[in-house]
Design a protein around this ligand. Structure first.
Ligand code: ATP
Length: 296
């Protein structure tokens, strides 16, 4: 899935030699190539000096779930900020490269116009409005589409029935899992084509992680493409089609998720599986990985 290698949509094989079919094939593959959120050779600096992303390229084709994995500080959140235009809030800027959505360059747009074009981010740590009610939080998410407010509310409430039950409650009193659902529901209120999820399972009990996993799949089934940043590599690689591994500001590996699940390094460092009898915990693996990086 590296850039320039977008998959070609298959057409009826029996007509392969036919001129009309060839023209059609060209049109279909051109469409396949532009129907994606694409990051090309991106470099990002903070405070004019700290180079954090060093030539990152990544693609989220329409309709897919794509996973982005990496240790703490690798630059995952920075990449999401670069896509949604939020670097400016953090004294960061894109010093090289480009972000395009469905063929259109978006990296010079403001955050509101990026949301309007169809990209929304759910932040790590949820960042809901704790003093507002559930419904008020959702209405904030939908303020750009007042005409679709009630339809979007209905869609969010059917995806997250617990939010409907608690619609009058103050958001700060919701459980961690409910707050994560509220953050995702608020993002869906703008009807995004691309949803960027930053660590949606962070701090949640295993049962809730399962619930979040099913919700991501359902959101995707309903037509939203997802870029999923996760520490829970197992969950991310189970539900995604393709995965990228980021380390110190670079993509160091990029493969089908099914292949990543079988890769020995990924098993050891991200899935917590060791070749021998001993099974490492994720914390141990991360610690080992950090030591390994310092020693290298
Ligand atoms: P984590 O999972 O810990 O959030 P991450 O992969 O999302 O990690 P980033 O948060 O993007 O990584 O951070 C990448 C690097 O950029 C880190 O070294 C971090 O200290 C640095 N960084 C992040 N935000 C800023 C900022 N506003 N100013 C300066 N440096 C920053």
């Amino acid at each position: 899935m590296l850039l320039g290698k977008s998959s070609k949509a298959p057409l009826g094989g029996g007509f392969a030699a036919d001129g009309a079919a060839r023209t059609c094939r060209r049109l279909v593959s051109a469409t396949a190539e532009v129907s994606a959120l694409t990051v090309k050779n991106l470099e990002v600096v903070y405070d004019n000096v700290i180079l954090v992303l060093r030539g990152v390229s990544l693609e989220v084709p329409r309709g897919k779930i794509i996973a982005l994995l990496g240790a703490n500080g690798a630059g995952k959140t920075t990449l999401l900020r670069a896509i949604t235009g939020l670097l400016v809030v953090h004294e960061g800027e894109i010093s090289r490269g480009e972000v395009t959505m469905d063929g259109e360059s978006i990296h010079r747009l403001t955050p509101p116009s990026i949301v309007r074009r169809g990209i929304t981010q759910v932040f790590e740590g949820r960042r809901i409005f704790a003093e507002l009610t559930v419904t008020e939080n959702l209405r904030v998410g939908g303020y750009r589409n007042p005409g679709q407010l009630s339809d979007n509310l209905e869609r969010v409430y059917s995806l997250f029935p617990v939010l409907k039950d608690r619609r009058g409650s103050v958001a700060g009193y919701l459980s961690g899992g409910e707050q994560q659902m509220l953050a995702m529901g608020r993002a869906l209120m703008s009807n995004p084509r691309y949803l960027l999820l930053d660590e949606p399972s962070l701090g949640l009990a295993p049962q809730l992680v399962q619930q979040i996993r099913e919700l991501i799949l359902e959101i995707n089934r309903q037509g939203t493409s997802v870029l999923l940043v996760e520490q829970n590599a197992r969950m991310a690689l189970e539900i995604s089609e393709h995965g990228y591994i980021m380390e110190t500001g670079r993509i160091v590996m990029d493969k089908a998720s099914s292949e990543l699940r079988e890769d020995d390094d990924i098993k050891e460092f991200y899935l917590g599986l060791h070749q021998g009898d001993e099974r490492k915990s994720f914390r141990e693996v991360k610690h080992y990985k950090r030591r390994k990086r310092w020693l290298s």
